[in-house]
Write a protein that binds this ligand. Structure first.
Ligand SMILES: Cc1cc2nc3c(=O)[nH]c(=O)nc-3n(C[C@H](O)[C@H](O)[C@H](O)COP(=O)(O)OP(=O)(O)OC[C@H]3O[C@@H](n4cnc5c(N)ncnc54)[C@H](O)[C@@H]3O)c2cc1C
Length: 545
């Protein structure tokens, strides 16, 4: 063990590891990059987190920057859960559901709680956390907060930010703060504090006041229905003068503070839903149906394209047999309605059936749970792309999360097909039709120079296309390292400068997850590209007591 590791092990109650195999394991996440940490820590409690951050702050004051990267399950696809200094792994110990107030629909949790375990627990009481990602089985709640994760229910319920009521956060210097919405008087009290927290409130309020007009100007933000790019500074101060750091910290990927507890607001869960599987031969007609169905507030409006269905059939001919058979429709849409009131749901179902009947070739509708699970298998079969290997080629998460304004959706799909045609790559699309947010992962071999060059060419062309349509580079997976170089183009230089100021205010020594979100260039990330992509890191690698 090195000197730093020895010092930390003496002062914290969790474990400190420097074993090469452990460091190697935590050198990758769900993305295409690799960064070897100098040590790995499994904190037992917030006090451990405070001691470690206070230590790195003191080191930084003396000119030595030792970065800290918080980590949940490491499923991040944009390289945000890796770092060169201390990787702080939360699922090992800080994995408890601390309190659940069913009357107020609030749950207090530690960041390392597994999302699926949490969802199962609250669902038995009739509630759920709607913005769950499709990585729900392995992701943690801390990772979902830090990424502002979203998923199939976001079209109706919104993304994670909407459900985080308050946070307990360790700041870069080790101070522990609680965040929640403050009124003007409470804000002034915070601003009067002489500690680092007071400094943050003062500087951030000044930053917002100085840039109020720009922040309110809608052209400074992409006009999309979901967006994880940048910092959500717009949500901090409201017109009534109230002020909340919570929405800013949600989606900040551990670059502004480390979450040690969170309080979530939950929604009532209704398992009795109506599900349509709708088959379209034409993109524009599918989009017409999507735009009209949106008015009925579906709880999911998901899609796969014909190429995904062909791919699945090629690698597993029986998987979708009977559910959807060749010749494949251009688009299969899954539209779900979860309204608790039986009459309301019936009325919506009737109207949805008219819309669907007008635009589609055919459709299936069911209220039966088992039949619904079978239909959902069409959408969830996309997981097979991610785990499939074609020779040495793997489905790389490099352009896996673009989102455009809803009216540009058909054009978005057509242009993606043209891009893949140009690079002679096999295409398969799936995602959130209701949000015009698509997922796609091209098969490339990272051991081949030609394919490694294609990674950056594809990214440049794809993100330029998304931005040209007024979209955002990420609807849900966030900037990380991967998309951070494009962030100035998503918001423009003035907004980007505000993001840089935010980072400086919270993290003056750049110890919190540096190399993620802010001040990242393609030149910085290119050398980090892995030689081989795999998802091995998702196997459990936590200490056993
Ligand atoms: C197959 C697959 C499907 C996916 N589907 C979706 C999807 O539908 N929607 C979606 O949004 N994402 C999706 N993702 C991306 C990712 O799984 C989610 O964003 C997930 O919420 C991340 O959780 P995690 O525990 O793995 O976080 P990690 O990957 O460990 O970390 C993610 C980020 O959170 C930060 N972080 C973690 N814990 C803390 C903490 N305590 N304090 C501060 N920062 C912290 C990390 O530093 C990092 O920046 C998918 C990934 C895969 C591999």
């Amino acid at each position: 063990m090195n000197k730093v590791a020895n010092y930390l092990q003496e002062h914290i109650s969790g474990e400190v590891m420097t074993t090469p195999s452990v460091r190697r394991y935590f050198s990758t996440d769900g993305g295409v990059f690799e960064v070897m940490p100098s040590l790995v820590v499994y904190p037992k409690n917030a006090n451990d987190v405070r001691k470690i951050t206070r230590f790195t702050w003191q080191l930084a004051e003396k000119g030595h920057v030792l970065p800290i990267t918080a980590r949940g399950r490491g499923s991040d696809q944009a390289g945000a859960a890796i770092g060169s200094g201390i990787v702080m792994v939360f699922p090992a110990h800080m994995n408890k559901l601390l309190e659940f107030d069913t009357k107020q629909r609030l749950a207090r949790v530690q960041p390392g709680v597994n999302y699926r375990t949490f969802q199962d627990a609250v669902q038995t009481h009739g509630y759920f956390l709607p913005p769950y990602p499709s990585s729900i089985d392995f992701a943690t709640l801390g990772g979902a907060i830090a990424n502002n994760s979203a998923g199939e229910k976001t079209v109706k319920y919104g993304a994670t930010r909407k459900y985080v009521q308050s946070l307990e956060v360790v700041l870069a210097n080790g101070e522990l703060i609680q965040t929640e919405r403050l009124n003007k008087r409470e804000l002034n009290k915070k601003k009067g504090q002489t500690n680092f927290e007071g400094e943050i409130y003062r500087q951030l309020d000044n930053l917002i006041t100085d840039n109020w007009e720009l922040l309110q100007n809608h052209t400074a933000h992409p006009e999309v229905s979901k967006n994880s790019a940048g910092y959500a500074i717009i949500d901090v101060k409201q017109k009534d003068g109230s002020f909340d750091l919570t929405p800013l910290l949600v989606g900040s990927q551990g670059t502004l503070g480390i979450v040690t507890e969170a309080i979530f607001r939950l929604e009532p869960y209704n398992p009795r839903t109506t599900l349509f599987a709708v088959y379209f031969s034409d993109l524009d007609r599918a989009n017409q149906a999507v735009l009209q169905l949106l008015a009925l507030e579906p709880s999911a409006l998901e899609m796969v394209d014909s190429h995904l269905l062909e791919f699945i059939t090629r690698i597993n001919p029986n998987r979708l047999k009977g559910l959807v058979d060749p010749p494949y429709p251009a688009i299969v849409l899954l539209a779900e309605f979860d309204d608790a009131g039986e009459n309301k749901r019936k009325a919506k179902t009737k109207r949805a059936e008219q819309i669907i009947g007008q635009y589609s070739e055919r459709y299936a509708r069911t209220e039966d749970f088992e039949e619904q699970q079978q239909l959902w298998a069409i959408r969830h079969s996309a997981a097979a792309v991610i785990t499939h290997v074609e020779g040495n080629s793997k489905a790389l998460p490099i352009i896996e999360d673009g989102v455009v304004p809803r009216n540009r959706f058909p054009e978005f799909i057509t242009q993606i097909y043209a891009l893949f045609e140009k690079y002679r790559l096999r295409v398969a699309l799936w995602g959130h039709a209701g949000d015009a947010n698509l997922h796609l992962q091209p098969f490339l071999d990272l051991s081949k120079i030609g394919d490694r060059q294609k990674v950056f060419k594809l990214m440049d062309e794809y993100y330029a296309m998304v931005l040209e349509m007024g979209g955002s580079t990420c609807g849900e997976h966030n900037d990380g390292r991967l998309r951070a170089p494009y962030l100035p183009k998503v918001y423009g230089d003035e907004m980007y400068q505000i993001f840089r100021d935010i980072k400086r205010i919270f993290d003056p020594y750049n110890t919190l997850n540096p190399g993620v979100k802010i001040d990242v260039t393609k030149e910085l990330i290119a050398p980090l590209l892995r030689q081989e992509y795999s998802m091995d890191h998702l196997y459990d690698h936590l200490p056993r007591m």
